[in-house]
Design a protein around this ligand. Structure first.
Ligand code: 8YV
Length: 315
């Protein structure tokens, strides 16, 4: 009996590609020169799509696969998957939560520390001879004891707040409702109020149509010229034009960003700023975590095709 045919939307590390090729007949969408023709050719036999959080699967792709049963996402974010198209046909969707939560939280906190203490510039100060020529590196801002806001106290937001507690920070969060497991942290009902009482604002909520630009001009202005915005969620949660204007004018102090509209082709205006820390959507980018994500992606596929319950269903 032939292996189930799947569509692979983006590349995976070799340690994932081998087992995927062994278990399935894999059609690699990302390698196709003419993607429309490729979908027309292989789509009719595709029973599952293996994608990545930032790549997802749009309606066109889904409709090109009339036998599609499952979309397995390598990543926790499934906002790039057209869930409405999936619901119309009863297509299941899985993601890879939990295995990446702590890595993403680690990088968010590391970005805050790196930017607030000026570590990128400090390394240049050493390497370009400024230390010897100009003396002490300019003073930066401390982190411990200051005010942190977490916008979205889900898995990742909770791990961020736990880490910030270790820096004796005054922690508040905003979510759709107060969380009973967050007793030591202040619940704030809206993002503007949260930003106004924060020095560091972490955007950690899952992205959806409902959260698009939840960090807009009002939130950015409330965070203010001494504030730092840290985004480890999705670019769509922030009004990027408003963010750029605020960073360029000084209305916002600084921003540490792991995600961008149009990534990897980010807006070139970011490149000219000296009050940002830019990361290449790397928050879950460790060997250990990516291996666990790849394993969970395949385990969901295997479970589906063997008639077993999905491990981490979204839909
Ligand atoms: C993934 C992400 O690593 O989890 C997500 O949704 O955005 C990242 O953590 C990325 O999608 C993998 O390509």
């Amino acid at each position: 009996m032939s292996n189930p045919e799947i569509l692979q939307v983006g590349p995976y590390p070799e340690w994932d590609q081998g087992p995927l090729n062994a278990a399935f007949t894999v059609h690699q969408y990302f390698d196709a020169a003419d993607k429309t023709a490729f979908l027309a050719s292989v789509g009719p036999n595709v029973r599952a799509i293996a994608t990545r959080g930032e790549l997802g699967a749009d309606r066109t792709m889904i409709e090109a696969c009339p036998e599609l049963e499952l979309i397995s996402v390598y990543g926790v974010g499934f906002d790039a998957v057209d869930l409405a198209a999936c619901r119309e046909r009863g297509i299941r969707v899985t993601n890879t939560p939990d295995v990446l939560t702590k890595d993403v939280a680690d990088l968010g906190v590391a970005m805050m520390l790196c930017l607030s203490r000026g570590m990128i510039g400090a390394e240049s100060w050493v390497k370009d001879g400024s230390w010897a020529a100009k003396g002490l590196y300019p003073l930066k801002r401390r982190v411990w004891g200051r005010r942190a806001g977490v916008l979205g106290l889900g898995r990742i937001g909770y791990e961020v707040a736990k880490r910030l507690q270790g820096f004796d920070m005054q922690i508040a969060y905003s979510d759709v409702a107060a969380k009973d497991f967050a007793s030591g942290w202040e619940f704030v009902g809206d993002p503007v109020t949260l930003a106004a009482r924060s020095d560091f604002l972490f955007v950690t909520l899952a992205a959806s149509a409902a959260t698009r630009h939840i960090v807009g001009r009002d939130v950015i202005a409330a965070l203010g010229s001494e504030g730092m915005l840290v985004n480890i969620s999705r670019a769509s949660n922030i009004d990027e034009e408003a963010l750029l204007e605020a960073l360029e004018s000084g209305l916002l102090g600084s921003a540490a960003l792991d995600v961008f509209e149009g990534e990897p082709a980010l807006n070139p205006r970011f490149l000219g700023l000296d009050n940002v820390l830019l990361q290449p959507h790397h928050a879950s980018g460790t060997i250990e975590t990516r291996k666990a994500m790849g394993q969970l992606l395949r385990d969901n596929l295997t479970a589906h095709f063997s008639g077993q319950p999905l491990l981490t269903p979204v839909l």
